[in-house]
Design a protein. Structure first.
Length: 234
């Protein structure tokens, strides 16, 4: 799969991170740039970390599934040293090099990428799912298991019914959605990455939920693969 070269990753200052985010967020498109009926392959992206010899390493696993049959089509991964420290709000600069390296290994070309993380639900609308979209040049969705509080705003709990949701509204703008994917389980937090609207993102996520987990199949399997990859490296 071809990856666009949007910017380099030899930046380590918070001011530089913000400057890049501010330039990219002007290009966010919160509407569908595709026909939903054309979706055939959906990729899930997740990462895991570990420390060795006083250095931090990470692995990124991408799992592509058939949107209709839910069967796994392809799995790829990348491993490397993490050189950017963790700074809240700038996770993409830490993770994207591994995401890009793994994506380049894909033989198939996914129609949608789902990330274990946020997209538009971010203080600067530039979570990992949104940031990655410019490199992948594909529609992306952010699906987080825990809530990222922006500007001190909490979420409203949706009803205990599959498919029920409450929108996350901050400064009169919808940042994302708290979605109940299964009865009697915690909700997840979804947001547009890029090139997709929130209604379609919600529908896609719900179509990828089974009885094994509250999160969509692609990111659940990608999460399992990161643990396998990490164990092989430790």
């Amino acid at each position: 799969m071809e990856i666009k070269e949007v910017h380099e990753f030899n930046v380590y200052k918070e001011s530089e991170f913000i400057e890049i985010q501010n330039q990219l967020k002007k290009k966010i498109i919160l509407k569908n740039t595709f026909n939903e009926s054309s979706i055939k392959l959906v990729a899930g992206v997740d990462l895991a970390y570990w420390e060795k010899d006083n250095k931090q390493y990470g692995t990124c696993c991408i799992v592509v599934i058939d949107y209709n049959t839910k069967e796994v089509v392809e799995k790829v991964n990348s491993v490397g040293e993490i050189k950017v420290p963790y700074i809240p709000g700038f996770l993409a600069f830490r993770e994207l090099p591994l995401v890009i390296e793994a994506s380049k290994k894909l033989v198939v070309e996914p129609d949608i990428f789902i990330f274990d993380g946020n997209g538009y639900l971010h203080f600067n609308h530039m979570g990992i799912a949104t940031h990655a979209s410019f490199f992948l040049d594909k529609p992306t969705i952010g699906v987080a298991k825990s809530y990222l509080r922006v500007n001190g705003v909490d979420f409203d709990m949706p009803d205990n019914e599959k498919g029920s949701y409450t929108d996350i509204i901050i400064n009169e703008e919808v940042y994302g959605r708290t979605l109940r994917t299964r009865i009697d389980v915690k909700p997840i937090f979804i947001s547009c990455g890029n090139y997709i609207d929130l209604e379609t993102a919600t529908e896609i996520v719900l179509n990828l939920i089974n009885n094994e987990s509250r999160i969509p199949i692609p990111t659940r399997v990608a999460d399992l693969e990161t643990h396998i990859s990490r164990r092989s490296m430790i």
